[in-house]
Design a protein around this ligand. Structure first.
Ligand code: AMP
Length: 425
């Protein structure tokens, strides 16, 4: 038997109803905040991620699905391509390619699959889905303002409440600007020098190439050492401190609770100033539902103009896992199951189904070869509210036997009144 590849999975009904419920709710929320959808390719040049995510990150150094194109055209040959491991780099590439700054401030959202070669476990997949958003534009359009950071965070609080996740925690930090980071890097190198020999090989490498990334370490034995390292908040300059304070002031003013976590530096190299994560207790080890931060400087790193930005990515798989609602509660069951009874009745059933579906009713139907008992069983199994019997006598009278399955109540209803009768009250 051929199975789906390791780390991938099929999303099946009724679970897909939950996914659709989540996506419909988040689209509503994005609309209220004037965000518009962007869809970028699921593969891009490898170079985009090397430059946009960072060579030293786990994502780029270990987790990407990369291949060399072997297309016939000379221009394709040997080009290195990668399945996108995240979507911010693609959005910023599109921002530059299509000169989206001409529109001023861009508020963009995306929903789609991302790919990372991680060790699969509950809540961690090799193909997973992210719902994300970015605010990006020229500084003159207000993109660098702490008001944007707060707007994004307040949107997230609204979005999680809207899909029914109330038990979340917002962890907030500022990783400062490049000048602060340089000072912090130096302090980290010094603090790491005497202890790094006792840490994992990844940390030993990070201590040399990019000491900040030591905070991404998940090895339990390294955590007590990491707890002793200096934190970035001691190194923020005046402007970064003011930015961070203003984000917190607005969050307090709008009533979005948060906790500060000075060790939250997030796994992507391009973050500046605000970084954040929302966690949820019910998720266990993989408890981050979403993460994000400000990435002023990313557009320049990718060859574009200065375009401060801030964004987030929600793990949709984890969001769905933490929902209290069940798929059964959001799936729409058939309103009516039409049972054609006897030769020639498929035609009549099809006509009726077409009429009723025009009234936005969910209609399913059987086959004229079925005995009535079989039709009843089918209607029951799919949870239909009504069954409508279409036999020769009914067609002749142009009135049909309509039975409410839960109560067993049966009435004869003229064709013209059927939709009204069946519509959910
Ligand atoms: P990141 O792009 O690493 O900041 O991740 C943002 C969010 O995507 C995380 O908080 C997770 O909810 C989700 N996520 C990241 N990697 C995976 C994965 N391999 N499987 C499922 N969800 C993931």
């Amino acid at each position: 038997m051929i199975k789906s590849p390791r780390g991938t999975r099929d999303l099946l009904p009724p679970d897909t109803a939950l996914w659709n419920f989540v996506e419909a709710a988040v689209r509503d929320v994005f609309r209220a905040y004037n965000f518009h959808e962007i869809r970028t390719p699921i593969f891009e040049s490898t170079e985009l991620f090397a430059r946009g995510v960072g060579e030293d990150t786990d994502i780029v150094s270990k987790e990407m699905f990369t291949w060399e194109d072997r297309g016939r055209a000379e221009s394709d040959k040997g080009q290195s391509l990668t399945l996108r491991p995240e979507n911010t780099a693609g959005v910023v590439r599109a921002y530059i390619e299509h000169k989206l700054w001409d529109r001023g401030l861009n508020k963009l959202f995306y929903i789609g699959p991302q790919f990372r070669r991680e060790r699969p476990q509950k809540g961690r997949y090799r193909q997973f889905y992210q719902i994300g958003a970015e605010i990006i534009g020229p500084a003159a359009a207000g993109s660098q303002s702490p008001a944007r950071d707060a707007e994004i965070l307040e949107l997230l609080a609204t979005l999680l409440d809207r899909v029914g996740i109330t038990d979340w925690m917002l962890e907030l930090n500022s990783v400062g600007c490049p000048a602060d980071r340089a000072k912090f890097d130096e302090a980290l190198r010094q603090a790491l020098a005497p202890v790094v020999g006792k840490m994992c090989t990844d940390c030993q490498r990070r201590a040399v190439t990019n000491p900040l990334r030591v905070f991404d370490c998940k090895v339990p034995e390294d955590q007590p050492i990491i707890d002793t390292l200096p934190t970035i908040n001691q190194f923020l300059d005046e402007a970064c401190r003011t930015h961070y304070e203003e984000v917190k002031n607005i969050l307090n003013a709008v009533g979005v609770p948060f906790v500060e976590n000075p060790r939250l530096v997030r796994g992507l190299d391009y973050y500046r100033l605000t970084t954040f994560e929302f966690t949820h207790g019910a998720l266990g080890a993989q408890n981050a539902i979403l993460g994000g931060g400000r990435y002023d400087g990313l557009s320049e790193a990718l060859g574009g103009p200065a375009a401060p930005g801030i964004g987030f990515a929600i793990g949709e798989d984890r969001l769905v896992l933490s929902l209290a609602a069940s798929a059964e509660s959001v799936v729409r069951k058939p309103d009516v199951y039409i049972a054609p009874l006897g030769a020639g009745m498929n035609r009549e059933a099809a006509r009726l189904a077409r009429e009723l579906r025009r009234h936005d009713l969910v209609v399913d139907l059987g086959d004229e070869s079925f005995r009535l008992k079989k039709s009843f069983e089918a209607a029951d199994k799919m949870g239909s509210r009504y069954i409508l019997i279409v036999g020769e006598n009914e067609v002749a009278a142009d009135a049909f036997a309509l039975k409410h399955l839960a109560s067993g109540e049966q009435v004869t209803v003229p064709r013209g009144e059927l939709a009204q009768r069946i519509l959910p009250k």
